[in-house]
Structure formats: structure tokens, C-alpha cells
Design a protein around this ligand. Structure first.
Ligand SMILES: [Zn+2]
Length: 316
């Protein structure tokens, strides 16, 4: 089985092409899609890592049998259509990763999707909920610790309880309110996403990210960044995958891994039901996703779809 990793970045967390190739060889991955991240004016500069198309194209021309180039210019560019046209001529095979603080409702997105559809490109995108982000006002261990605890430490649990404590007792309240900024979220409006999926039947939409994968279950708890625990009823993503032939997802990142891991019984049903719509991808995490998938025994045919065939099909 020759695996395709449909979500990989060059230049992220020390992943140069050689590191990626070594990891691919170890895991039995034949090819990887290399995705960019471009946001002209990211609302949280601290969390932004620009991943430009230059190194992607360079790696792909060096190893054309191993890498497939993608590029998603920011839709806020003056003329994204022209950029996509130019990079299409330079060999990109799809748009991704689209990870910008816009909503599906935005007219900029509509214009962008027109171009993506005209090029017959698949579109890999990220979804993330709005939230407050605490920015430490100074240096020192306590400041650093508080920043971690009020943001992503312990999967959001410390953030949840510290904010509740601040609201009910007033402790730290002023400090928190003064130093937090509002993160507007990323492409998280599901209702409008569904409209766009219907409006652009020629685009293979490939979703991922915490907001997408949390919706594998209908129940959501504000305590967590990545939802935890077992559940009985699938959430909205089950219906979208079922309803629209042009709607796909990739199981990359902490969010994809967590979604399968949190309830193995339901994950098995999900994999069985949507094997034709799920793409394998790692997002540079190094998590044991292959082992997790294999341990769920979806059967050879479904495994082939997830690990390889779907990625080939959406590129056609
Ligand atoms: Zn990514």
C-alpha cells in the first residue's frame, strides 16, 4: 500500500524536505501534498507562521515523485485570481491550506471560490472558533504561566476555570480583560459553508481543524479546545459528508487524531460510513495516526480509500 499524506507543510517546526522525506520513508508514505499558509494581516501575529509557496514549489521540483504542490493565497489579496492563475501555470495542483480569519459568508470568499472552481482545484481549509486570546503584558515566569493557562494549556480546561473564577469572584478579572484580544475565528460558519458547497459543486471541499472535528459529536462542552469523551449521536459533519458528493475531510492534526481517538466505537462507525470521503494526513504532528487507523480495522478496501485512493480522486 502506497500511502499519500494529504496534509503536510514544509518549513513548519523544523520540517525541511529532508526531514519530511525521512519521515515518509519510515511510515511508508509515497507522496505528500505540501500546503501553504498565507494570511496578509493575521489577527494573532503570535500564532501565525507564514508558509509561503516558494519553498513548496522548490521542494516539489526537487522531488517531483514525492511531493505535490498546493497554494492558497489569502483571498484578501488585491487580485487572488491572478495569483492563482500564475501559480497554476507554475504547477500547483490545488488550493490549500486556506486558513484565514474570514467567514464563508464573505463576498471575498465567493469570488475566491469562483476562481478555485474555474481551475478545477480541490480546496483544503481549516476551521476554528472565535475566542479570547490572552497576551502576556510583560516578561517573567508568572506572566508566561498565566498566558499558557489562559490559552491552550490542558486542552482549554485551565482557561475555562480561570475565566469562571474571574467572572464570579473578580480575582484576576481586570488583568484578564485588559490583556486579552478577540480572535475572530477561521471559516467557522457552518451554515454558510453548506451554502458554498452547494453553490460550487465543481470544488472538492476538504475540511479539517478543531472546529470541524469537534462537530463529529452533537454535544459540545465549552471547557475543551478539542472535545473529549464518548458520545451517541454524530454532529453536523456526518450530515455534510453524507449529503454532498463534493464535501471531504482530512484527519490530520491533533484535532483529527483526537476526533478518532476520543470514542473508538463511534470512530469505527464513522470511518465505515465515510471511507470514500476521508483523506489521510498528518499536518506535521508525528502522532501515531496510522497505528490508530489500523487498530480500528476498517477493512482493506476502506483503508486503501483513506490512505491513498481518495487523495488521487480529488486531484482528478
Ligand atoms: Zn495544516
Amino acid at each position: 500500500m502506497k500511502i499519500i499524506d494529504s496534509h503536510m507543510h514544509v518549513g513548519l517546526a523544523g520540517f525541511d524536505p529532508q526531514v519530511i522525506l525521512r519521515q515518509m520513508d519510515r511510515e511508508g508514505v509515497e507522496m505528500s501534498w505540501l500546503l501553504t499558509w498565507e494570511e496578509i494581516d493575521p489577527p494573532l501575529k503570535e500564532l501565525y507562521t507564514g508558509l509561503p509557496p516558494g519553498p513548496v514549489l522548490e521542494a516539489c521540483s526537487q522531488y517531483p515523485d514525492r511531493f505535490i504542490p498546493f497554494y492558497a493565497p489569502d483571498p484578501s489579496n488585491r487580485d487572488p485570481g491572478k495569483i492563482i492563475q500564475k501559480y497554476s501555470e507554475m504547477g500547483i495542483r490545488g488550493c490549500g491550506e486556506l486558513k484565514v480569519s474570514l467567514r464563508w459568508e464573505d463576498p471575498l470568499i465567493e469570488k475566491y471560490l469562483e476562481v478555485v472552481q474555474a481551475h478545477n482545484f480541490p480546496l483544503v481549509f481549516h476551521m476554528e472558533q472565535p475566542r479570547f486570546q490572552y497576551i502576556r503584558p510583560g516578561e517573567g515566569f508568572f506572566q508566561w504561566l498565566l498566558e499558557r493557562l489562559l490559552n491552550d494549556k490542558f486542552n482549554g480546561v485551565s482557561r475555562y476555570y480561570l475565566n469562571r473564577l474571574a467572572e464570579t469572584t473578580g480575582i484576576l478579572r481586570k488583568k484578564i480583560e485588559k490583556n486579552r484580544i478577540c480572535f475572530p475565528g477561521i471559516l467557522f460558519d457552518f451554515a454558510f459553508l453548506e451554502k458554498r458547497v452547494v453553490q460550487f459543486p465543481g470544488i472538492r471541499f476538504i475540511a479539517h481543524g478543531p472546529d470541524f472535528w469537534n462537530q463529529i459529536s452533537i454535544s459540545l462542552h465549552p471547557r475543551y479546545i478539542h472535545q473529549k469523551g464518548t458520545y451517541d449521536t454524530f454532529g453536523i459533519i456526518d450530515r455534510l459528508l453524507e449529503s454532498y458528493p463534493n464535501f471531504y475531510c482530512d484527519i490530520s492534526g491533533v484535532s483529527g487524531f483526537n476526533a478518532l481517538h476520543r470514542d473508538r466505537r463511534m470512530a469505527r462507525i464513522f470511518l465505515g460510513k465515510h471511507a470514500e470521503k476521508i483523506l489521510f494526513g498528518t499536518d506535521n504532528t508525528g502522532l501515531p495516526l496510522l497505528e490508530l487507523l489500523r487498530s480500528m480495522k476498517p477493512g482493506k478496501e476502506k483503508m486503501d480509500l483513506i490512505l491513498r485512493e481518495n487523495a488521487l480522486r480529488v486531484l482528478e
